[in-house]
Each structure stands twice: as C-alpha cells, then as structure tokens.
Write a protein that binds this ligand. Structure first.
Ligand code: URP
Ligand code: ZN
Ligand code: ZN
Length: 458
C-alpha cells in the first residue's frame, strides 16, 4: 500500500524541483527531501522526470461511424494510452440510436469502459438531436459527472446554429462546457460534390473540400454565439489552422470565454501526406484535415503563448487495410480519423521541450494540468500535490526511440508517425499508486480503471 519514489526530478505546470514522493493507498501523502519508509516498495528514479500523468481529453474508443468501428476498445485503447504515459482519458461518446436519450449513451459507454479500462476515464456528452427533453436531461447528466458536451457543426448528426446556441445557454446555466467540432458543413458538402462530380476522388480532395476558411468561419460563428449566450464557456476541439487560431487569439484578447485544443497531427504533419503513393494518402483522412506546413509552427506558437490550452489526440483508429482503403476510389468513403493516443506525450516532450518550442512546465500544463482543470478533474488529476491521486508518469529525457507501429500497443495497423526519431520517452506509468507500465510493458489489470464523476468549474 506504500510506494516511495526517490530521487526524481518533479516537474509540475509551474515548478521543477528534486524531492521524493510518498504514496499511500493510491494518494500522494508526502513530498519532501530524504523520505524513508520501513514497509512498502521503494523506486529510485535516478534523477529522471516525474510528472502528473497525461490527461487526454479527446479519444473515440469503440466509435461506430457506420462504415466502420474505431478499432481500439476501452481495453486496448487505455492500455496504449497508459504505455504512452497517459493516466486519464475523457472519451467523446459516439452517436446512439435515433432519438436516444443522453443517458442511453452514458450507460452504454460506462458499461463498456467498466469491464475494460485500465486507467481512469470520464465522458463528454454528445448531442445528436435537440428537444425540450434533452435540454432538461442535461442537468442530471451534469449531476452524474458529465460536465461537458460536444456538438458537431458537420457530419450527419450536426446541429443547426440556433440549436447550438440553446445548448450553450443551457450548459452555461448548469456551469458546464460546450465543446464544438467547428467546420461549416454546407460549404464542405458543395466542395465534395464538385470534386467527386469531376472525378477528383483522391485523398487530397478530402483536404481541399474542407479548406481552412470552413474552420475559420465556423469558429467565428461559435464565438459570436457564445458571447450572445452570456459568455457561455466554449471549447474548440482539434483546432487545425493558424487562421483559426488567430480568431481565437483575438476573441481571448477581447475577453471571450473561449478555449482551444489542438492535436499532434496538426503540429507534426502537413498536407503533402495526402500525396503519398504507398497508402494513397488515406491514412491521413481525418476532419479537419491536416494542413499546409506553415500551420504547424503557428499552432506551436499558439501553445507557447497560451492561446491553445490543451493538446489531446482525437484518437479514432481504423485499420488501413480494408477500412481506410474503403476510400481508395472515393475519399468520401474513407472512415475519418487516425490513431495517436500512445504517442502524444513522447512527441510533445521530444519535439516541444527538446526543440525549445515550449518550456517543460508548459508541456506538463498542456498534456495534463490544463485539461484536468478545464474538465473538472483538478487537483485530483493533473497535479502533484498532497491528497491528489498518485497518477504519475516518469520520463527518461535521454531515451531515444524511433516510432514504429510494431512497438506500439494501439490496436491498429499503422501509426501516423512511423520512423520519427524522438529523444525522451515515458518509461513508467503509475495510476492511483500502482505501477501499471514499466519499460513499455503493461503490468496492470484489465478493468482496474474507474469512472470519474467530473465537477463543474464555471
Ligand atoms: O476525423 C475525425 N476527427 N474523426 C473523429 C470524430 C471527430 O470529428 O472528432
Ligand atoms: Zn470532431
Ligand atoms: Zn474527435
């Protein structure tokens, strides 16, 4: 029941210091110099970094998109997350049967995760249709710990702007967050039809049919509506473009209640990938699409300057063989999404901290502390403090790893980052005081993860 971590370099979102951490019954009970115990396990970290475990607030385990089901379930997905240093996920529940209640989806997702998850988990609600009952039901969802909801401006179950405004107002009154997939649907539909009718069916036309301006316009509309809805808290998921960021930056400067998330694919990849021969660019079909290269550094600056609060993954994996390949003749038939839940922390550490794009404290903030704060989990999660859950990751800053799909635990037949050479990698993951990953090997139990009833923060 006792675990003592000695000689670690503790890194939080605002400090770096060398002290020991004592864990008792899954909680951090002491932080100090030269701590000793007479019973229990002692691990000497030899100066390596010990940080709050990663909090990934955007995954899609088991997501059913009609033509395919996301390949990771709550076992393989959370195991892969844990191997990459993540100790908490918040999953975006998928769409359920027509007209189903919010609790229908919550109950389904809870029962899937309960038997499988190896780390702690929460859920964002999904609003697939709107009426008086759904608005009413939001209150009991919030009481049940679902304190954020996602509305889509695109795809089949998208909401109209007036509906999203009602959602914002209602969630504002409940202290909960509206999260938005921001892309203007009508323009995308027109462009898709235009390209397909001209026989332009390659993956690059997926990107061309969802240009940056569709994201920019969508973000502008949502910010205006959030202002009109008494400054309802608004969180833009998977921000992909520098121009979209500029809109958010301006709104924040004007005092708007807006937050932004980006994902590694928008920081590391560019639209040249859609022209790759061997996979016909299909591995990169996701929405929003990956952008022209200059967007990468603009988004990094957005993180460094504090206009992007979180880096999550939007992990939504489909095998290339037989699934992404459905889009071989027509990009609109390719299931949207890509994997990334295991590589997020290592990528951000190596390329962010290692290449001086962000400080080590900013790194901890965007991968753990800020998402925990924004989604009602802090300080239990996302902190190293007395009484917090002992959810920790240890990073060896000198460990060199070349990302190879065959060494990852994600249950999918490719990684977006094959061959990338990284310096610094998570070597141990601790969840509620239990070492569950050591040197890239999962040693915990299936189903040990717990449901997190999240708080409201607004
Ligand atoms: O293409 C993507 N991102 N698929 C996952 C669902 C979503 O839009 O977040
Ligand atoms: Zn989305
Ligand atoms: Zn998503």
């Amino acid at each position: 029941m006792k675990l003592l971590l000695k000689n670690g370099t503790i890194v939080t979102s605002d400090k770096v210091f060398k002290e020991d951490i004592l864990i008792e019954n899954g909680l951090i009970s002491k932080i100090g110099k030269n701590l000793e115990i007479d019973k229990g396990e002692v691990v000497d970290l030899g100066g390596k970094y010990v940080m709050p475990g990663g909090v990934d607030v955007h995954t899609h385990f088991n997501l059913d998109v009609g033509i395919a089901v996301a390949k990771d379930d709550f076992y393989t997905g959370t195991l892969a997350a844990a191997c990459g240093g993540t100790t908490t996920i918040i999953d975006h529940m998928g769409f359920g049967p027509k007209n189903c209640t919010l609790h229908h989806q919550l109950n389904k997702y809870k029962s899937d995760a309960e038997k499988d998850a190896v780390i702690d988990y929460g859920f964002h609600g999904v609003i697939q249709h709107l009426n008086r009952e759904i608005l009413e039901e939001m209150e009991s969802m919030v009481k049940d710990g679902v304190t954020s909801f996602k509305a889509y401006m695109t795809y089949d179950n998208k909401l109209q702007d007036e509906e999203i405004k009602l959602v914002m107002k209602r969630l504002r009154s409940l202290g909960a967050m509206t999260t938005i997939h921001a892309e203007v649907h009508e323009e995308i539909l027109e462009l898709r039809e235009k390209y397909i009718s001209k026989g332009k069916t390659d993956a690059i036309y997926h990107a061309k049919s969802r240009p940056v301006k569709t994201e920019v316009e969508a973000i502008k509309r949502m910010i205006k509506m959030s202002k009109e809805a008494n400054d309802a808290p608004l969180y833009i998921v998977h921000l992909s473009s520098g121009d979209g960021l500029d809109v958010i930056k301006k709104a924040k400067a004007e005092g708007r209640n807006v937050y932004a998330e980006t994902c590694p694919q928008y920081l590391f990849l560019d639209d040249e990938r859609y022209l790759e021969d061997q996979d016909r660019g299909l591995k990169y079909v996701m929405s929003p699409p990956i952008r022209e290269k200059s967007n990468n550094e603009r988004l990094w600056s957005g993180i460094a300057e504090g206009n992007i609060q979180t880096v999550a993954t939007d992990h939504c994996p489909f095998d290339f063989k037989l699934k992404k390949e459905l889009g071989s003749e027509d990009f609109t038939k390719c299931p949207n999404g890509g994997p990334g839940v295991e590589t997020r922390i290592a990528l951000m550490f190596s390329e962010g901290v290692g290449k001086n794009r962000i400080s080590i404290n900013k790194f901890v903030d965007v991968v753990s502390t800020a998402p925990a704060k924004l989604f009602g989990l802090y300080p239990k999660k996302g902190s190293i403090s007395i009484g917090a859950d002992a959810d920790l990751m240890v990073i060896d800053p000198d460990k060199q790893v070349t990302i190879q799909h065959e060494n990852l635990h994600e249950n999918v037949d490719y990684t977006l980052y094959e061959g990338m050479k990284l310096k610094g990698y998570p070597i141990m993951t601790i969840s509620r005081g239990e070492i569950i990953v050591k040197n890239n090997k999962f040693i915990g139990q299936k189903g040990r993860g717990r449901y997190l009833k999240r708080k409201t923060i607004f």
